[in-house]
Each structure stands twice: as structure tokens, then as C-alpha cells.
Design a protein around this ligand. Structure first.
Ligand SMILES: Nc1nc2c(ncn2[C@@H]2O[C@H](COP(=O)(O)OP(=O)(O)O)[C@@H](O)[C@H]2O)c(=O)[nH]1
Ligand SMILES: *[C@@H]1O[C@H](CO)[C@@H](O)[C@H](O)[C@H]1NC(C)=O
Ligand SMILES: *[C@@H]1O[C@H](CO)[C@@H](O)[C@H](O)[C@H]1NC(C)=O
Ligand SMILES: [Mg+2]
Length: 440
């Protein structure tokens, strides 16, 4: 008799112990990563311990993984899943009405928009209608990481007419005014001094040598337009600063201040995030033309220039270093200056946009390198960027954490031997960002 009473006591004790264990586990599974939040009652029901339960094993795995999260900021205990039914959480209780965040005290949200004046600036994108979905991805990232708080305008330029889809989609994505411009025929096409036969032979030859875009006419028009005309488009005349954005780029970190204002406040005219060596086959005679220009216009060459970045022998030869111009933040009035326009006109007459395949990146870079004092060029370590196939992921772990970056530091191109950024730091005698050795 006494033995069976003791037996019954064991069963009751074990039963309560079980309830206790499930109660603990339920409070730690109430977090993201689980399909829905579970109460102790749910679990017991699933186990068939309470009446009306389901059939068997439930997955409580992950409870230890998430237990620590639940105390941190990933606790989403207030998320209510309508499928949970009446036994769910206190958040769905009608006794707790919703109320707005007062903006006061420790639970106040930060202000939604950046304060302060805007610069006279715009984003600018050259694109075709077929680029709509790739440019949409770029816009979304620029808006999410920066412009949602600043609402700068966005100018879209095209040698054809933008169609309704392009305009509708991009207007919806931009937080500032979206504006659409058609490129003048004068600015997109062969100038009359170009020998068509000679240009054609070059394209055929480059095609055979498998040089990228070597046989493309439109790519050449594009490079010439970006080199000499985009800043003179009527829409662009209304602005002082531009930020070039191409399709299919990525921005990996928050941009927590206004780079346009930074440029203005620090007297910068041109900026970059990636630099590298140009493909020689596309610019075999560019430097010869540049040297002719320098001789003809010594008044345009800045005293404190970046020749050391461009040449290893004091200007005799070009080392092919250039800033990668698919990302640029720069000053439009500089590009519209007498110096730059004369530089472009001179190079244009040389014919290399069509008799070779001069890209706008070396054209812009050499101009900035020779005609601006070097302190007017800025390297944005904190703007994390990707354009196929290169990544600029900021050097320095603390910066990456502070800016909520999602790039892999191993992908950073800056300290790679094929990058010219190391050279840029050396020339300017700038201390390299902390931790760069580890990211080489
Ligand atoms: N409207 C127009 N835009 C072009 C044309 N070709 C290139 N682009 C744009 O010019 C920029 C550079 O072209 P992309 O194909 O990205 O060249 P890559 O980055 O050098 O490979 C991008 O913004 C393109 O959308 C063209 O024929 N017409
Ligand atoms: C913006 O800059 C352009 C070019 O310098 C200028 O013509 C225009 O008047 C400026 N707009 C404002 C609002 O300052
Ligand atoms: C030249 O550039 C360097 C680096 O930006 C700067 O520290 C220096 O003051 C400049 N010198 C002159 C004469 O402007
Ligand atoms: Mg591109």
C-alpha cells in the first residue's frame, strides 16, 4: 500500500517537472526564426499531454540558439501571428490599445529625416529602357542607404526616348524628383572629322582581338558622352554637384552623412571609391595626346597635381592608373570649366574615342589628376561599393559595424596588387586605414 502511494507521488512529481521544462522552453522559443511563437499550452497540446492536442513530436530545436537573442534586440515578442489562436500572447490582448511612439524618453525612435540644408546636387544615370530593372536595383540601394533621408533629385539621360515603364518604375523608386532627358544628336554620334572607314577597321580589328566592347559603336558614343557632354545637358546645367549611378551596382554600408556637403565643405571637386589599371589596348595613344595637350595648355595644369599617381617617370609614360568612373561624386562646374572643356575638345579631335576605344574613366581621371590640386580629389573609404567585378568594402572593422555594412572584407579590392589605391595613399602620404595589412 505504502509502496504504491510513493509510486503515484513519483508520477505526479515527474508530470509537474515536465510542465516546468516545457514552460521554460516555450518562453525561449518566442523569437524570430521560429515559424510561430509557442506557449506552454501549445507544446503540451502537441505532445498529446493536454486534450485536443496534435500528433506528436514538435521541433524545439533552436531553443538554446535563440535563448540569448531573446534578451537582445531581436526579441520580437510582440509579433502576433493570427494563426496562433486564443491561447497566444499578451500582445494581442484587447486590454492593451496601440499608441504612437511619443518621441520622448528611452524608447523614442530617432528622427526620421536628416536635418539641415541640401546641396545643389543630383544623381545622374545614363541608361536605356532595357536597363530598367538593373537600374531599379541600384536606385533602391542608394535610396535605402542614403537618399531616403535627403531626397536629392535624379536625372536620367538616354540617347533614345524613355518609355512609360522606365519612367513609372524609376519615379516610384526615387524619393526626390525624377527627371528624364533626351540626349542631343550632336552629343551622341560621330563628329564629322572622324573617318568612318578608319573607325570601322579599328572595330573589326578589336573584335578579332576580342577586346571588350571593341566592336561596339554605342559603347564608344557612351564613353564620349560621359567624357564630354553629360554635364552640359540642359537638365544638368541646373545643378552644381553630381553623383553618377550605373545599373547593377551595390552599396553595402549606410551613408550616414551628406557626401555632397562633405565635398563642398572640404573643397573637393572629384572623388572615387575604386581605382585600377586601364586595359592598355583601349588607350595606346591616349598619353601621347595628353602630353600634347599639356604642352599646348600649360596654364591648365595644376601646381600640386597627382602626376605621381598617373606616371612612374614624371610624366614620360602613363602607368594606366585611373579612378573607376562608374562611381563618381563630383563638381559639375569644374567639368564645365574652360580647362576641362578645352581638354576634352583637344582629345576629341585626336579621334581616340573612335580610332581606339578611350573610356571615360581614364579621361576623367587624367583630367582630375593633372588639372586639380591633389587635395581636391577625395577617396571615400566609407562608401562601400560594387560594380562588376570589383568591390570596395571599407577597411576597418569598427567602421563596417557602425555603418551596418554587409560586404565581406575579403572581397575588398583596395589593397590588391591590381588596384591603384595604395599608390594614391602613398602619393598623398596619407595613413592607411587601420587594419589594412590584415585585409591585403
Ligand atoms: N542610353 C544609353 N545608355 C547606355 C548605352 N550604353 C551604355 N549605357 C549606359 O552607360 C553606362 C555604362 O554602360 P555599361 O554597360 O554599364 O558599361 P561598363 O560598366 O563599362 O560595362 C551605364 O549607365 C549604361 O546604362 C547606350 O547605348 N544608350
Ligand atoms: C545650382 O547650380 C547651377 C550651376 O552652378 C546654377 O545655375 C543654379 O542657379 C544653382 N541653383 C541654385 C538653386 O542655387
Ligand atoms: C599639396 O598637396 C598636399 C597633399 O594634399 C597638401 O598637404 C599641400 O598643402 C599642398 N601644397 C600646396 C603648395 O598647395
Ligand atoms: Mg556598368
Amino acid at each position: 500500500m505504502a509502496g504504491s502511494t510513493r509510486y503515484l507521488r513519483y508520477i505526479i512529481a515527474a508530470f509537474f517537472a515536465l510542465i516546468f521544462i516545457f514552460f521554460i522552453s516555450s518562453s525561449s522559443t518566442r523569437t524570430i526564426g521560429q515559424q510561430y511563437t509557442q506557449t506552454a499550452a501549445d507544446i503540451l497540446k502537441n505532445q498529446g499531454i493536454l486534450r485536443g492536442g496534435g500528433s506528436g513530436a514538435i521541433d524545439t530545436s533552436g531553443k538554446s540558439t535563440f535563448a540569448s537573442d531573446a534578451q537582445g534586440k531581436t526579441d520580437v515578442g510582440n509579433v502576433v501571428n493570427p494563426a496562433m489562436g486564443p491561447a497566444s500572447t499578451e500582445a494581442s490582448s484587447p486590454k492593451q490599445p496601440t499608441s504612437p511612439n511619443t518621441g520622448i524618453g528611452p524608447t523614442a525612435f530617432p528622427p526620421a529625416k536628416a536635418p539641415g540644408a541640401r546641396m545643389n546636387a543630383t544623381f545622374v544615370t545614363l541608361a536605356r529602357n532595357s536597363d530598367v530593372w538593373e537600374i531599379s536595383r541600384s536606385i533602391r540601394q542608394v535610396e535605402d542607404r542614403f537618399n531616403h533621408a535627403y531626397n536629392y533629385d535624379w536625372v536620367f539621360l538616354n540617347d533614345g526616348d524613355f518609355d512609360d515603364t522606365f519612367k513609372k518604375v524609376t519615379t516610384a523608386l526615387t524619393s526626390g524628383k525624377a527627371r528624364y532627358g533626351k540626349i542631343d544628336k550632336e552629343h551622341w554620334g560621330f563628329p564629322d572629322f572622324i573617318d568612318q572607314e578608319k573607325a570601322k577597321k579599328v572595330r573589326e580589328d578589336m573584335h578579332e582581338r576580342k577586346i571588350i566592347y571593341g566592336d561596339s559603336i554605342s559603347y564608344r558614343h557612351m564613353c564620349r558622352y560621359e567624357s564630354g557632354f553629360f554635364f552640359r545637358h540642359p537638365l544638368m546645367l541646373e545643378y552644381e554637384w553630381y553623383w553618377r549611378v550605373e545599373p547593377s551596382i551595390e552599396l553595402y554600408c549606410d551613408i550616414a552623412y551628406d557626401p555632397f556637403k562633405f565635398m563642398a565643405d572640404n573643397k573637393k571637386k572629384y572623388s572615387f571609391v575604386l581605382s585600377l589599371y586601364e586595359y592598355v589596348e583601349t588607350i595606346p595613344t591616349l598619353w601621347d595626346s595628353v602630353k600634347k595637350f599639356m604642352k599646348q595648355h600649360p596654364e591648365h595644369i595644376a601646381d600640386n597635381n597627382s602626376m605621381e599617381f598617373l606616371s612612374d617617370d614624371g610624366g614620360v609614360t602613363y602607368n594606366h592608373c585611373h579612378f573607376w568612373s562608374n562611381f563618381e561624386i563630383g563638381n559639375l562646374n569644374w567639368l564645365r570649366s574652360k580647362a576641362y572643356v578645352e581638354y576634352f575638345d583637344f582629345l576629341d579631335k585626336e579621334g581616340g574615342f573612335f580610332y581606339e576605344r578611350w573610356g571615360d574613366a581614364p579621361i576623367h581621371s587624367i583630367a582630375a589628376g593633372l588639372m586639380l590640386p591633389k587635395e581636391e580629389i577625395h577617396f571615400f573609404n566609407d562608401i562601400a561599393y560594387y560594380h562588376v567585378p570589383f568591390t570596395h568594402c571599407p577597411t576597418g572593422e569598427q567602421m563596417r559595424l557602425d555603418l551596418k555594412c554587409h560586404c565581406n572584407p575579403k572581397d575588398n579590392f583596395d589593397w590588391n596588387g591590381y588596384s591603384c589605391t595604395n599608390r594614391w595613399f602613398d602619393m598623398n602620404k596619407l595613413p592607411k586605414p587601420e587594419g589594412y595589412e590584415k585585409e591585403q
